[in-house]
Structure formats: structure tokens, C-alpha cells
Design a protein around this ligand. Structure first.
Ligand code: HEC
Length: 198
């Protein structure tokens, strides 16, 4: 997390400067013609380059790859690659608690900071699990899991949260159909640059 923030702040300043330059030249001045065609570094991104980075999965499942995974397979991978940090049943830690529901699927987080958020009590979309695990986990080797392993882990974590049955199979069709308890607990952030929330 800390490393991510650092990376962002490192690029935030140059990016802001570019935007400001862009604005300045847009205000009546003629465009600059003395910029070189090339700055002599970098290379054009190929389709393969872009595809390798284009791994985001949308809430509706757009971007989910072909493949599938079962709860049973996922539980075996979980024991081998996840339990050391998240606990044998996903509640023991030492790192983030992944499993747990709140009675009646209440959503008390705004008023009671003592509740720990989990996949089952907080995440609005099941599809985010695929995105998140592929992108970031296991913590020490992100991107190392195969497609079927990720679908299996997603199936296992949904099962551990009492959201799918033990014989569930997750794939690009079934995963977007899982409705999370907190599905309607969030509103779209449609602010347009100002602090007010519409
Ligand atoms: C070396 C320790 C470690 C291992 C192994 C590990 N994780 Fe994590 N995991 C973390 C940490 C630390 C975080 C919190 C990261 C953050 O907040 O930026 C996390 C966060 C998560 C979250 C998000 C939790 C939330 O509600 O925000 C999920 C889901 C998750 N891990 C799944 C997995 C899965 C699945 C595996 C096995 C493939 C795994 N993790 C293996 C350390 C680990």
C-alpha cells in the first residue's frame, strides 16, 4: 500500500505540470512548433504490451477470461498459498480478515469502527475478487496464479463466506451472477471535480 502511494505521488507532479502546460497553450497562444518529434527514450506500446496490462475486471464481469474453478480446488490452494497470512479459515489473520458476515447483513461500518470489513460483509461485487487476487495476491508473488487457480480461490472464498454452495463452479458466466450482501450499500461517486456529492 505504502509503495503504491509513493509511486503515485512520484508521477503526480509531472502529470499535473503537463496538464497545466496544456491549459496554457490552449489559452489563445499558438501551439509550440519547436518540440522534437521524439525525446529519444521509450517505445511505442504494442498490442501485446497493452494486453499484458489490461487486466481489470469490471463489476459486470467484463474482462473475465475463459476458465473455471471449484471450491474444493480453491480450498487446497488457499491452504498452501494464502492461509499463512489470512488464517486457516480466513478469520485468524495475521493480515486482512477475508471471511465473516454480520447478522442480517447489516452494514454498521459508518457508526461502529469496531467491525472488521470482510469479503462477505463489505465487498459489493463478487467479480472484484478475481481482479484483486490476480492483480495482488499472493502478496509476495502477485500475478503468479493461473486462471483456473484464481477462479478456484474465488469459489472457495465465496463458499467460506456462505455465499455459494460447496459444489459451486466459478467461471465468466457464474461469477457475475453472485449477488453480494453489500451490493446496494454503495453509491456511484459522480462528483465532477468539486467537493460536493450530488
Ligand atoms: C505474505 C502474506 C500474504 C499472503 C501469502 C496472501 N495475502 Fe492476501 N493480503 C495480504 C495483505 C498484507 C493484504 C492487505 C493489502 C492491502 O491492504 O493493501 C491482503 C489482502 C487480501 C485481500 C483483500 C482483503 C480486503 O477485504 O481488502 C484478499 C481478497 C486477499 N488478500 C486474498 C489472498 C489470497 C486469495 C491469497 C492466496 C493466493 C493471499 N491473499 C495470500 C497478505 C497476504
Amino acid at each position: 500500500m505504502v509503495r503504491l502511494r509513493r509511486t503515485f505521488s512520484k508521477y503526480a507532479l509531472p502529470a499535473a505540470a503537463v496538464v497545466m502546460l496544456g491549459c496554457a497553450s490552449g489559452q489563445g497562444e499558438s501551439p509550440r512548433h519547436d518540440a522534437p518529434d521524439s525525446f529519444g527514450f521509450g517505445q511505442l506500446a504494442t498490442d501485446d504490451d497493452i494486453r499484458a496490462l489490461d487486466i481489470d475486471i469490471m463489476p459486470d464481469g467484463t474482462g473475465l477470461p475463459p476458465g473455471s474453478g471449484s471450491v474444493e480446488h480453491g480450498q487446497r490452494i488457499y491452504a498452501a498459498k494464502c492461509a499463512s497470512c489470512h488464517g486457516p479459515t480466513g478469520v485468524e489473520g495475521p493480515y486482512d480478515v477475508l471471511v465473516g458476515r454480520i447478522p442480517n447483513d447489516e452494514f454498521p461500518f459508518a457508526n461502529d469502527r469496531s467491525f472488521r470489513s470482510t469479503i462477505g460483509n463489505y465487498w459489493p461485487y463478487a467479480t472484484t475478487l478475481y481482479d484483486y487476487i490476480y492483480r495482488t495476491m499472493p502478496f509476495e508473488a502477485p500475478g503468479s496464479l493461473a486462471t483456473d487457480e484464481i477462479y478456484s480461490l474465488v469459489a472457495a472464498l465465496l463458499f467460506m463466506n456462505d455465499l455459494v454452495p460447496a459444489d459451486a463452479v466459478m467461471d465468466a458466466e457464474t461469477l457475475p451472477q453472485v449477488v453480494m450482501p453489500s451490493r446496494d450499500r454503495f453509491v456511484a461517486d459522480n462528483r465532477r471535480g468539486g467537493p460536493e456529492i450530488r
